[in-house]
Design a protein around this ligand. Sequence first.
Ligand code: HEC
Ligand code: HEC
Ligand code: HEC
Ligand code: HEC
Length: 427
Amino acid sequence: MSRAQKFLAVFLAITVLFFGFIVFRVWGAKPPATVKLTPIPQGEYDPAVWGKYYGLEYQTWLKNKEMAPSPTGYGGSVKEQKSVKQTALPHNFKGYPFEKDYTEDRGHPYSLEDLRTSHRIGPTSKGSCITCKTPQIEQFYKEMGWGYTQRPLSELLDRSQHPVSCGNCHNPETMALRVINPAFIEGQARRGIDVTKASREEMRSYVCGQCHAEYYFVPGTFQVVFPWDKGLTPSAMYEYYSANPNNFTQDWQHADSKAPMLKAQHPDFEEWQNGTHGKAGVSCADCHMPYMRQQGRKYTSHWVTSPLKHLNEACSTCHNEGPEWLFERVKTIQDNVWQLQHLAEQKVSRAHTAIKKASETANVNQTELANARELVRKAQWYWDYVAAANSMGFHNSVQELNTLGQAIDFANLAIEAANRAAGTNTL
Ligand code: HEC
Ligand code: HEC
Ligand code: HEC
Ligand code: HEC
């Protein structure tokens, strides 16, 4: 071999190794774990039956029963009232069941138990609430279409044996990922997205998005609707609600300010999709269901909890900064978001009080009063969008800090308008 040939051979070898490594890193990180497929009949919802064939997935799903605080101190898997830390929260929900009972969420196996024991439900509660609590929603929707939302919740709860589990996310025959919540499927369709054509990568977030999202109930029919027609940001959804879609005007009237209020419901999918990771194509499953290895087998962890409990598997596939750095980043983001979230919560509460006081003064200016009520409705929606979402802002820190900044401003404007209504502010 001549020198040139030798050089070429070495060069080629290095090139092959280098690109081989890149291909391994990019493709090797993501191929599905291989598993022996055993078709399970359609309509089987018992996770223990699925678990006979998919042992590691089932064992890790069972770990969702573990209750522990989150490593950061925010969120966590312990059932405790949010009002312990968010002291103005009961006042902000005055006149609505969230005033009395609003607990931190915990693992999927508790979804039915926590619904049954919630003080927010009663004899008049509708079937709509079952939508995100059991895979048997597939069965109810097949039988009754949207009619299930008009049935008494107690009737559907009596028929529900299995909490959020395998059937919510998998087709039992093929184990392919699937979505079964009709509200998610319709909400996406109205945005021009056909979920039956979704890629595997998209499905790794869609399975979560079908429940971890904002919704409302249509007055009269109680059908569940996702308010996504104008977009998924706090302002786009607020604009959507302002047009009274399907004659929906409010979730409740605030007992003090008498403002027509909206309740935000865990907009995790919305928050994530506009954030750094969502935009970069990092799926919910990438962080919350990382790959694990046991006895040489690669499998997907089904322990869906704080990713910081297994930070190396969840984050270090993409990040090489090290666990301490990553943990400190998450904590710093969350501490900053919490500080503004708490300020916004307190300020909104003061706005409700200012409006109540104004409304009780003689010769109150009705135009300014209506103005103040609209502003506090908006302020609270912006605060609640962040407060009701999980992750204390980590999923989209830039948007959430902006949203909280606006919540504080709208609350201040509401107080000024209330004072003008009462004639006590010349601003
Ligand atoms: C880049 C990684 C990442 C992605 C992607 C991600 N999350 Fe998270 N998620 C986190 C982190 C970090 C936390 C905060 C955990 C903590 O405070 O201990 C969190 C918290 C949560 C929590 C609250 C957990 C608790 O302890 O109460 C929920 C629920 C959640 N995420 C759902 C989702 C959903 C749904 C998606 C997709 C729409 C998603 N996440 C995408 C990293 C991620
Ligand atoms: C919240 C949604 C969700 C639930 C509930 C769920 N899975 Fe999965 N499962 C996933 C995701 C996401 C993957 C990764 C699929 C992919 O990347 O193609 C997965 C993968 C799998 C795989 C493929 C092998 C592997 O480990 O990656 C099996 C088998 C499986 N799950 C079984 C189960 C069983 C059994 C249950 C119930 C005990 C269950 N799953 C519950 C979302 C879910
Ligand atoms: C069928 C609806 C449904 C689906 C699908 C679903 N979730 Fe949940 N999730 C819930 C409910 C309901 C709770 C609260 C249960 C409780 O507190 O009793 C919850 C709780 C959680 C928690 C809190 C657990 C803890 O330890 O505090 C996390 C994290 C979470 N979900 C993430 C996800 C991710 C990620 C996906 C997709 C891979 C997903 N969920 C899919 C309904 C769902
Ligand atoms: C599949 C790849 C992937 C995974 C898994 C992943 N990240 Fe990221 N992360 C990215 C990308 C891409 C960016 C944006 C570009 C960059 O900074 O490299 C990013 C950015 C970040 C940033 C800076 C931007 C911001 O939002 O503050 C932090 C902090 C971060 N990730 C933390 C985490 C943590 C914590 C986890 C695990 C819970 C995690 N990431 C998991 C790919 C990933």
